[in-house]
Design a protein around this ligand. Structure first.
Ligand SMILES: Nc1ncnc2c1ncn2[C@@H]1O[C@H](COP(=O)(O)OP(=O)(O)OP(=O)(O)O)[C@@H](O)[C@H]1O
Ligand SMILES: [Mg+2]
Length: 335
């Protein structure tokens, strides 16, 4: 299945019968029913996902969800049980050598020779890949912000610097798609922020798409445009990050603080059929209708209840992520 973006298919501005060709948006990476079984257990179970040019997609899931297994299948480090993935239309299963030429990857913690400098490590990998000009090594070192430390020994690098060197290595062959498996693991808050800024800058300057895994949603904030959530080997949600953020508030509880919370709870239930939870002077309820809060206040005021506070309970992105996974677990019983 392809997503086609059709524009101006029936119009001709010049009135000369010249048909404007509709631009067709093709995915850079197209995962189709990808499955990995270890003995009787599905590590990845029939997942499909498209990534388009310029997109930064966060691949999010709790420990053991199947993120690394998916990425390993995409990069040839694990065999595919069934399904396939296409990179620029080339099958990972049957045309791997071609497909992988478009990809730069960093999987789990990158390994380097500690006694060599960052530069010599990159030189070593460039030699292994072949056809990489020395100027490219300097270029990628600058891109990842290691220009001033690239001649230092890797044993003197911090974790954040090693992660950057890993990205530099992944960029050596000028990829169109960067695949990163939990690159911010172990970094502190500042390290995560800097790494995120580096990736964002990279995506803009180098026009590459990024597929990045994490088990922490907030780490993806201000980086990804789309989030694909995987749990127990299945993709359970693919959504723009902005939409997830919006749902944070809309799907969250709303509360009203008043002088007669029990009566208020009963009034809301009688009028709108919404069950309330009473805690102290607060009445909590859940409604997807963003006007519900004001309607409830009007109703309570009619009943002479004194309302002195109201609002949405602000969920953090992490709460939302955990809730999506919890909801999924309620409806499935895969082990
Ligand atoms: N080589 C293997 N043999 C058997 N089972 C495996 C193997 N590799 C992974 N698994 C299983 O596959 C499932 C998915 O593991 P995977 O490493 O892909 O998860 P993950 O999402 O990357 O988790 P984490 O956040 O901990 O890195 C887990 O149940 C894991 O135990
Ligand atoms: Mg993993």
């Amino acid at each position: 299945m392809e997503n086609n973006l059709n524009m101006n298919t029936n119009t001709s501005l010049n009135n000369d019968n010249t048909q404007t060709k509709a631009p067709v948006l093709k995915p850079i990476l197209s995962i189709r029913n990808l499955t990995k079984k270890y003995k009787e257990r599905y590590a990845v179970n029939n997942i499909s996902l498209d990534i388009y040019s310029g997109q930064i997609v966060g691949f999010l899931g709790p420990n053991g969800a199947g993120k690394s297994t998916t990425i390993k299948m995409l990069t040839g480090l694990a065999s595919i049980t069934s399904g396939d993935a296409y990179i620029y239309g080339h099958s990972v299963k049957t045309d791997f050598e071609k497909a992988i030429t478009y990809v730069g990857a960093m999987i789990e913690i990158p390994e380097f020779y500690p006694y060599l400098s960052g530069y010599n490590n990159l030189k070593f990998f460039a030699k292994l890949s072949g056809g990489i000009a020395p100027s490219r090594i300097d270029y990628v070192a600058t891109l990842v912000g290691l220009k001033n430390r690239i001649k230092d020994k890797v044993s003197n690098y911090s974790l954040g610097m090693k992660q950057r060197l890993g990205v530099a290595q992944a960029l050596l062959n000028n990829p169109k798609l960067l695949i990163l498996d939990e690159p911010t693991n172990g970094l502190d808050a500042n390290g995560i922020r800097e790494f995120r800024m580096m990736l964002k800058d990279l995506a803009t300057r180098e026009h590459i798409s990024i597929f990045i895994s994490s088990h922490i949603l907030s780490e993806m904030e201000n980086l990804c445009d789309t989030i694909a959530i995987i749990d127990k080997g299945q993709i359970i949600e693919v959504k723009p990050l902005e939409e997830i953020k919006r749902e944070c508030t809309i799907a969250g509880s709303q509360f009203i603080k008043c002088n007669a919370p029990n009566f208020a709870g009963k009034t809301i239930f009688d009028k709108f059929g919404i069950k309330c939870l009473i805690q102290g002077d607060k009445v909590f309820f859940n409604s997807k209708d963003s006007y519900m809060l004001s309607q409830a206040i009007v109703e309570l005021t009619k009943k002479k209840i004194l309302v002195y506070g109201a609002g949405n309970v602000d969920y953090s992105l992490e709460d939302v992520f955990i809730n999506i996974v919890k909801e999924h677990n309620k409806t499935t019983s895969i082990s």
